[in-house]
Structure formats: structure tokens, C-alpha cells
Design a protein around this ligand. Structure first.
Ligand SMILES: Cc1ncc(COP(=O)(O)O)c(C=O)c1O
Length: 374
């Protein structure tokens, strides 16, 4: 049995007719960039997050870049973030001319350790980007109170956490700006690139609308240096078909995670931890294999089961950030996790039977490992 990480084909089969009608409609209207489809979808996304505004942009990466600019962060500023995230988080900080300042993560949640943030704050610190990794909200109460205390902006990286909640509030709605990604493999995935920023600040929303469209105030008049980063109508129309299904799909992800937890109980792997008050959106189901992670991955691959390592090398140890002078050992928790995490197949379409096969294979791989060790 071949088991992919994400089964987008199966998802498409279930909504094919609606998608085709939606795409056809946009093509008939020949309204391709921004316009009524994007505006309607922005309203729906703002409604889903219970925020005042939502601004569609070209990708999750651009959502981060434009949010940083809209929050007045740029050259000479420092922004604190996790070293254990996708490159886009730190890349956005570097892209606006600021410096990413990495801070170690929590052993259980794999998100920024709020207890370690304070030591990283300097007079140049202007913001924090908490990343809700794999779909689990970061400890936002602590992040927000530090931000208030030191006058910092908080830009949430929600790329992997669409639909997750923290103390009853959807992630993205907690900080100054919440950055969403519609990359196809995300919980709400487009048929190409796309992103959005949710915010309760009118000023931030207005600035984002200008920034995404060359800094223009009205057509051919420019108030600032901007970008070309607009959500297109085809993506907005496709995402409108998917959005009403999100809660059901996320509930299915949670059910699948429960099945995994149950079947992997009493093995040597560490299953995802969910602190009280948080709900996990399970964009990824990630276990921790303390010994022989790569061997388990290879064993699964031999059986036709996909798995992935998010992420095999922390950002502070990447070639691109050599100039920042970090060294191995600076962030022990993140560095340990880069060698231990393994994401297993996860999507709403995953069947119990497939989860059983994955868990069976993981257990077999662990047994083989143990017999080699003893
Ligand atoms: C944590 C995180 N931040 C940002 C991004 C960037 O999103 P996009 O691919 O839409 O640019 C991703 C996408 O993989 C991500 O996982």
C-alpha cells in the first residue's frame, strides 16, 4: 500500500464539480487579480478569524514580509523568532533588512520558549514572530505580555496552523498581524501560491493593501515603495469552495491524530503534546524518535510510506546565517529536535486502515532498531 504524506488527489475528487464551476465562473468574468472574488474571500477569512480585516497577498512568505514592513520593521531592527521553522520565517526578517534573533524552543511544544525570549531583547528589538509549528499554537499569553512590556510588535506565523485555537481565539487574531499560507499542502491549500494577513488594525490593513499593489494609493499614484504581491481570483474562488469544509477537515485531522496517538501508545516514540487551552490544527502529525529516526524513515519508505523531516537543520546553523555567528550548541533543544522529529502521513482523507499500516511499520522499524542495539 502506497501512503503519501498528503492526498490532494483524493481531496480534489470530493470537490471537483464545485471547483470546476468556480474556476469557470472566474474565467467567464475574466476578473483575474484582486477584484470581487478576492474581496469576498477576504471577508470570509476575516469572519473565520473574527478579525476586522484580511488582506490577500501572493504567498505566506509575502504575508510575513509585508506585515513586517507594515509594522514599521526594517533596517537595523531585530526580530526574535524560532530557529526551528521553515526558512520563510527568518527569510522575511532578513528580506526587510532586519536581523533575525533566534531563541530556543520548548522541549514539549517545539515552539518558542517564552521563558527564554526576555534575554534576547535589546534596544534594537522591534518584534517577535511566534511560529505555530506543525499546527500547535505558541504560548501566546507570555509572548503578548512581553511584547506589551517592551513595546514590540507581534507577527504570528500561522502558515502551518490554519484553524488552530489558543484560549478560544483562532491563531492569527492574537498578535498585530497573523500570516496565513495557502500553499497547496497547508490545511487550506490553493491550487498554487497564495497568502493572507489578518489583523484588527485599520492602519495595518490599509498599509498592506498599498504594499501588495506597488504602494499605490489610487491607480498610478504611489504613496510608498511596494511590491507586486496580490492574491488572484482563481485561487480565491477555489479557496472559497474549501473554506466551508475547513472545520470538518480539521476535526478529521484531529481524529486521525487521536488514532495515531492511541496506536503509538507504549512505544518509544513521543507523540504530539497539546497544552491545556490550545487546540492543534495538525497540518503535520510529528513524532519524536529518540534513536534511529532516519532509519525509521528509510524503513517506512521501503514499505511505500512517505514521511518527512521538518526540519533537518536549524536556521541558526544554515550557511545563509553563518554571518550571524551562531554555533552548534547555542540552542540545544532545537538542535536535538532536528535529529529526532519525523512527520507521518496526515490529511483529512487518511483512513484508519492506512494509519494502522503506518503505525505497524513504525513499530516494526523500532523493533528492528532495538534488536540491532541489543
Ligand atoms: C512556518 C512557515 N512559514 C512560512 C511559510 C511560507 O509560506 P508560503 O510557502 O506560502 O510562502 C511556510 C510554508 O511552508 C511555513 O511552513
Amino acid at each position: 500500500m502506497r501512503i503519501p504524506l498528503v492526498d490532494l488527489k483524493k481531496q480534489y475528487q470530493g470537490i471537483k464539480d464545485e471547483i470546476k464551476t468556480a474556476v469557470e465562473q472566474v474565467m467567464e468574468d475574466t476578473s483575474f487579480i484582486l477584484g470581487p472574488y478576492v474581496e469576498k474571500f477576504e471577508k470570509q477569512i476575516a469572519g473565520y478569524h473574527n478579525t476586522e480585516y484580511a488582506v490577500g497577498v501572493g504567498s505566506g512568505t509575502d504575508a510575513l514580509v509585508l506585515s513586517l514592513v507594515a509594522c514599521g520593521i526594517g533596517k537595523g531592527d531585530e526580530v526574535i523568532t524560532s530557529p526551528f521553522t521553515f526558512i520563510a520565517t527568518a527569510e522575511a526578517i532578513s528580506r526587510v533588512g532586519a536581523t533575525p534573533v533566534f531563541c530556543d524552543i520548548d522541549e514539549k511544544t517545539y515552539n518558542l520558549d517564552p521563558g527564554k525570549i526576555k534575554d534576547k531583547i535589546t534596544p534594537s528589538t522591534k518584534g517577535i514572530i511566534p511560529v505555530h509549528l506543525y499546527g500547535l499554537p505558541c504560548r501566546m499569553d507570555r509572548v503578548l505580555s512581553l511584547a506589551r512590556q517592551y513595546g514590540l510588535r507581534v507577527i504570528e506565523d500561522c502558515a502551518q496552523a490554519f484553524g488552530a485555537e489558543y484560549e478560544g481565539t483562532r491563531v492569527g487574531a492574537l498578535g498585530d498581524a497573523g500570516c496565513l499560507s495557502f500553499f497547496p499542502g497547508k490545511n487550506l491549500g490553493a491550487f498554487g501560491d497564495g497568502g493572507m494577513v489578518v489583523t484588527n488594525s485599520n492602519e495595518t490593513a490599509q498599509t498592506l493593501r498599498m504594499l501588495r499593489n506597488h504602494g499605490s494609493t489610487t491607480k498610478y499614484f504611489y504613496g510608498m515603495h511596494g511590491f507586486n504581491s496580490r492574491l488572484d481570483s482563481l485561487q480565491a474562488a477555489i479557496l472559497q469552495v474549501k473554506l466551508p469544509r475547513m472545520d470538518q477537515w480539521i476535526a478529521k485531522r484531529r481524529e486521525n491524530a487521536d488514532m495515531y496517538n492511541h496506536m503509538l501508545f507504549n512505544t518509544d516514540v513521543v507523540t504530539p503534546f497539546i497544552p491545556e487551552g490550545s487546540s492543534h490544527a495538525f497540518n503535520y502529525y510529528t513524532i519524536r524518535v529518540r534513536h534511529g529516526r532516519d532509519r525509521v524513515g528509510a524503513f517506512l519508505r521501503e514499505k511505500g510510506i512517505a514521511s518527512a523531516v521538518y526540519y533537518p537543520l536549524c536556521l541558526h546553523l544554515q550557511e545563509i546565517y553563518k554571518e550571524l555567528g551562531y554555533e552548534t550548541g547555542d540552542f540545544p533543544v532545537a538542535e536535538r529536535l532536528q535529529n529526532e522529529v519525523l512527520s507521518l502521513p496526515m490529511c483529512p482523507e487518511l483512513s484508519r486502515e492506512k494509519i494502522e499500516s503506518v503505525c505497524q511499520a513504525v513499530k516494526e522499524a523500532l523493533d528492528v532498531d532495538t534488536s540491532i542495539l541489543t
